[in-house]
Design a protein around this ligand. Sequence first.
Ligand SMILES: NC(=O)c1ccc[n+]([C@@H]2O[C@H](COP(=O)([O-])OP(=O)(O)OC[C@H]3O[C@@H](n4cnc5c(N)ncnc54)[C@H](OP(=O)(O)O)[C@@H]3O)[C@@H](O)[C@H]2O)c1
Length: 256
Amino acid sequence: MRAASSRFDDKIALITGGTSGMGLATARRLLDEGARVVITGREKTRLDAAVQELAAGDRVLAVAGDAANLADLDALTAAIDDRFGRLDLVFANAGIGAFQQITDVTEAEFYRVVDINFKAAFFTIQKALPLLAEGGAIVINASFALHKGSPGAALYSATKAAVHNLARTLAAELAPKRIRVNSVSPGYTATPAFEAEASEDVRASAVAAVASGRIGTSEEVAAAVAFLASDEGAYINGQDLLIDGGLVNATPAAMI
Ligand SMILES: NC(=O)c1ccc[n+]([C@@H]2O[C@H](COP(=O)([O-])OP(=O)(O)OC[C@H]3O[C@@H](n4cnc5c(N)ncnc54)[C@H](OP(=O)(O)O)[C@@H]3O)[C@@H](O)[C@H]2O)c1
């Protein structure tokens, strides 16, 4: 259903990792506000299910591929060029959580996490740039973890710090094309990834650490991404926006 607001009429948005969680919610949000949307994911069956759920006909293009694979990214941008001829918005969202003590991280695990959380965002943007229209916007999905040290998050946090730094650097580098680049940093968010990884105990301690007293939703992240990507965010550039219920900046009374 189309919302009353149509901030993204005539806009074309690429969302990597659009088959579930925040990527899927952002696709839904941008479609509701008038955009045409390209979603990606590794498996065709999951993409088919997402397309069915979004129910927006030919306003959705789904392209299967690994966001960290440069040949797949070339195929993705060729498909976008073929169908739409340009892009206005990129949400480099595909990523994974990975939590181990530094002593347990193997070299293979290091590259697995760096590939999807950093390399994928870096080359998604590089490959999308020739299609990205002047005045476009890029948002990268980082994490609250870049603002706060937690045990077991050495590798994950470093990849998220890297993508925020990428956003800041590209905000400067792409300014001549009037392309804004920002990142979002979700806190604990109820997505399939979080639900699969978080035990009852982890969830309870997560809620206890959040000043707002609850886990966030994918829709709340989607609303922030839409704001940053829209003209309402026109003067926001090189920023990271925490969407975390106060997790990083506000200590719950019970924890003092
Ligand atoms: N959930 C949280 O609490 C939380 C907090 C802070 C930050 N984040 C970040 O938010 C982003 C989205 O996470 P989420 O929680 O929404 O997870 P999710 O529900 O598991 O969704 C992840 C998406 O990324 C896609 N993906 C994963 N690896 C990929 C690859 N190599 N190539 C292409 N697509 C790939 C998945 O698609 P397929 O599996 O279909 O390929 C899926 O669409 C991630 O960058 C994550 O680090 C999450």
